[in-house]
Design a protein around this ligand. Structure first.
Ligand code: GDP
Ligand code: FO1
Length: 309
């Protein structure tokens, strides 16, 4: 089993390549739930949905989230009732949130609800939300603490970041199967996801970091930071706010206690020596921009090649 630690868009794009290199049934994705939010009485799990929609072939490829061709009539009507409409929930997307919320109310755990959605969408990759208990990523800004989606979507990541808190992480446990997947993996891939609010949340769960440190199987990361900036999203603002160098070196430093290999972009080849010498992580230089399906497959082949030797 190849195990992938995943956030949303960057991870989903990488997994599109991985399913063409490894049998989908031999892949387990452990997905961040720190971004989850309740809106309009519904439980929304954006990263899990991004991964499922992408693997099901129904994602809006332009945005990287939501369902392609979706409409927004329900949201428009909610707006007429005076409800907040900054989080763009499409009509088809809402069906997922309604179904998930129904299952949770009927007593399903988040991982059981995710499993039901996965099966209905015909996704063969095993997708496990990182925890069945709530963990909420709170961004501490100069305007006060706020939910990650409020920071990113409602306020467009414009506030200065002073810190990040994972509310509930001490009480939360990794979902059933998370530690077992890591311990039994043939190899582990840290997807090109936000190292603070996507991978950082998973690593903050009790036992996950320790399991990664102890596992014999190779662990490979793909840097989401290319040429000193994220390909998209607020990773630079969050890293800078926490005093971490915004570079592939900075990413590697966050994983240095367990990482064997990091794949960095060609434009960052100058960082190779520093990462190898100071952090003792082997560096592989490649084109890491996933524009086409071929790009995704090539990157996945490279990562799997490092695992399989
Ligand atoms: P975020 O919260 O929006 O940052 O969500 P994600 O956890 O999905 O992380 C997105 C990360 O993926 C960002 O830091 C991007 O830089 C990274 N990413 C997206 N597309 C690519 C790509 O084509 N190549 C690489 N190397 N990174 C990517
Ligand atoms: N991202 C946005 O930038 N704006 C949105 O309105 C938005 C809505 C949304 C709805 C459902 C969903 O599954 C994801 C959605 N996202 C939206 C993406 C999401 O907020 C982030 O990209 C992830 O949480 C980051 O990993």
């Amino acid at each position: 089993m190849i195990v992938a630690l995943a956030g949303g868009v960057g991870a989903a794009r990488f997994l599109q390549g991985l399913v063409r290199v490894v049998e989908p049934g031999d892949i387990t994705a452990i997905v961040n739930t720190g971004d989850d939010i309740e809106l309009h009485g519904l439980y929304i799990s954006p990263d899990v949905d991004i991964v499922l929609y992408t693997l099901a072939g129904i994602v809006d490829e332009q945005k990287g989230w939501g369902i392609k061709g979706d409409t927004f009539y329900c949201l428009e009507m909610l707006g007429r009732y005076g409800l907040e409409t900054w989080f763009k929930l499409g009509d088809k997307d809402l069906a997922t949130h309604i179904y998930r919320t129904m299952l949770l109310r009927a007593g399903y755990t988040l991982s059981q609800a995710t499993e039901a959605i996965r099966k209905a969408l015909g996704v063969e990759v095993r997708v496990i939300p990182m925890s069945d208990q709530p963990v909420r990523t709170i961004i501490i800004t100069d305007k006060g603490p706020m939910h990650f989606q409020e920071y990113l979507v409602k306020r467009g990541a414009r506030d200065a970041v002073l810190g990040v808190r994972f509310e509930g992480v001490e009480a939360a446990e990794p979902a059933p199967g998370v530690l077992e997947a890591i311990e039994g993996a043939e190899g582990i891939i840290i997807c090109p996801s936000n190292p603070i609010v996507s991978i950082g949340t998973i690593l903050a769960l009790r036992g996950v970091r320790e399991a990664l440190r102890e596992v014999e199987a190779p662990i490979v990361a793909i840097s989401p930071i290319v040429g000193g900036a994220p390909v998209k999203g607020p990773a630079d603002k969050l890293m800078r706010g926490l005093g971490i160098e915004v570079s592939a070196y900075g990413v590697a430093s966050l994983y240095k206690d367990f990482l064997d290999y990091i794949i960095i972009d060609e434009v960052d080849r100058g960082l190779r020596e520093r990462i190898e010498q100071e952090l003792s992580i082997r560096v592989v230089v490649a084109n890491t921009l996933m524009k086409t399906l071929e790009d995704k497959v090539r990157l996945a082949k490279l990562a799997v090649g490092l695992i399989r030797g």
